[in-house]
Design a protein around this ligand. Structure first.
Ligand code: MG
Length: 203
């Protein structure tokens, strides 16, 4: 399976990192070895001094497809969860400065903690899903799927122009404002609406 991540999908987050608003979705990959499931702890890696959390809604792909038309896109995912796009911001800043890929900054081991998934049918309106992240019990990020520049269907359409989507692939759909650093001993908890789905201790 592969994990595809959308960058720069919420205007408030684009502004906080002083990035330009993209004219098409920015995306990148994480390898399957980045997955961290069942609320296992995240071990702070030795190669970075500035690991950031980014909370994101995550889609699970349920059908193989390429060049998917927008009107059919919603048939290609059947579950929604929440994840953390853990980012070595120091390595990413260096890569950005040099015009190099973000691979190590975004794709290191454990950089993709993901919750259990909920059936899409649990949601009344996919354009109005609230989610948030608590750091040590204080809310640090909150988002709503209606604020995404590229909605779920746009994301699937755009990715599938370039890459075949396969059953079991995950799509991280971008983070709202409020990203920030973690330190050893922190606890991250991610919620969709009123349900806490993900808990992650930094060790
Ligand atoms: Mg992200």
């Amino acid at each position: 399976m592969k994990i595809i991540c959308i960058g720069r999908n919420y205007v408030d987050h684009i502004k906080e990192l002083n990035n330009a608003i993209p004219t098409s979705p920015v995306f990148f990959l994480k390898p399957d070895t980045s997955l961290l499931i069942r609320n296992r702890p995240f071990f702070y890696p030795a190669f970075s001094d500035n690991i950031h959390y980014e909370v994101e809604l995550v889609l699970k792909i349920c059908k193989v497809g390429r060049n998917i038309q927008k009107k059919f896109a919603s048939a290609y995912f059947d579950e929604i969860g929440i994840g953390l796009d853990m980012t070595a911001r120091d390595l990413q800043d260096t890569a950005k400065d040099k015009g190099l890929p973000w691979t190590v900054a975004k794709g290191f081991d454990q950089s993709a903690p993901v919750s259990k998934f909920l059936p899409k049918t649990d949601f009344n309106d996919l354009k109005n899903i609230n989610f948030h992240l608590d750091l040590n019990g204080t809310k640090v990020q909150q988002g709503n799927s209606g604020l995404m520049m590229y909605d779920f269907d746009d994301i699937i359409l755009n990715i599938s122009k370039f890459m075949t989507l396969r059953t079991g692939d995950y799509i991280f759909t971008g983070t709202p404002a409020g990203v920030g650093p973690v330190k050893v001993g922190d606890k991250l908890e991610a919620w969709i609406e009123e349900e806490k789905l993900l808990s992650c201790l930094i060790k």
